[in-house]
Design a protein around this ligand. Structure first.
Ligand SMILES: [Zn+2]
Length: 276
């Protein structure tokens, strides 16, 4: 696939906004926002499929006694805290078991994003989570790509999450296999998971190897741990950008450093208050 960077696409979007008369600021705010070409970063693809698709998958695998109708799904997606959000994510993944399911999800997510006039996405997916269903990470990547490619009006680049909780050796092995998937639109790597137990420094060699393989780098940091985790992502992992970094605000020197180095942060302030 032809690959353009986020900055290229952002520039193209801004240029389109600047010259396109239908994007005037006098329009209603909602309509203006709908028409604006947009970029979506830090999207976890397996958690982004529409509820109709989830219901299709639940039905495919025999239903769930606690979910009697599609309408019941609305109740499932109300959380009181981040733990509730994670439990729901794990529950949802129980209904994603086959390669075809990833193709279905890829197509559904791409269609939903395109409908919002999103033109470019850098989406996470988490191959370590597929072990439960005994799926091969490369075949999952191909299955996702097949579904994403069915929607031609949007470009979706892939960023596999090595998932720090699986350990350094697992991350290294997965990195090698993901490095072979650049022809499927894999452009970089990230690590999510539990920061306090698996700090960034453990993965310094993994990130160095990713750069050798020609992959870009990001890492979740400063979400479940404090500023030290963000420092680790910057100094040990030398990331191109950081997911969340919310708690960087606790260390003014770190904030100055991030600004001076112009390291982009993937921030979603509302998530910190109401994960939904
Ligand atoms: Zn994330």
């Amino acid at each position: 696939m032809h690959r353009r960077t986020f900055i290229d696409l952002l520039a193209a979007g801004v240029a389109a906004y600047a010259v396109h008369p239908s994007l005037g600021l006098t329009a209603q705010p909602a309509a203006w926002h709908d028409r604006l070409p947009k970029v979506e970063l830090h999207l976890h693809l397996e958690g982004a499929h529409p509820r109709a698709t989830l219901w299709e998958l639940i039905t495919k695998y025999g239903g769930d006694p606690a979910i009697k109708s599609r309408g019941d799904l609305d109740r499932v997606f109300v959380y009181s805290d981040f733990g509730g959000f994670l439990r729901t994510f794990v529950w949802m993944m129980r209904y994603v078991r086959e390669y075809d399911d990833y193709t279905l999800i890829g197509q559904a997510v791409a269609r939903d994003l395109a409908r919002q006039n999103i033109r470019y996405v850098e989406g996470f997916f988490s191959p370590p989570d597929y072990r439960r269903a005994k799926l091969d990470p490369q075949r999952v990547t191909e299955a996702l790509r097949k579904g994403l490619n069915r929607v031609t009006s949007i470009q979706v680049a892939l960023v596999p999450d090595l998932v720090r909780d699986r350990g350094v050796e697992h991350a290294g092995n997965l990195l090698e296999r993901m490095g072979e998937m650049k022809n499927q639109g894999v452009i970089g790597i990230g690590i999510g998971g539990f920061e306090p137990t698996f700090p960034p420094e453990l993965f310094e060699a993994t990130y160095e190897r990713a750069r050798v393989l020609g992959l870009r780098t990001t890492a979740h940091a400063g979400e479940a741990a404090g500023p030290a985790s963000v420092w680790g992502a910057v100094r040990a992992l030398r990331v191109d950008r950081i997911g969340h970094a919310t708690r960087a605000i606790e260390d003014p020197d770190l904030v100055k450093h991030l600004a001076a180095r112009r390291i982009p942060l993937e921030l979603c302030p509302s998530l910190m208050f109401a994960p939904a």
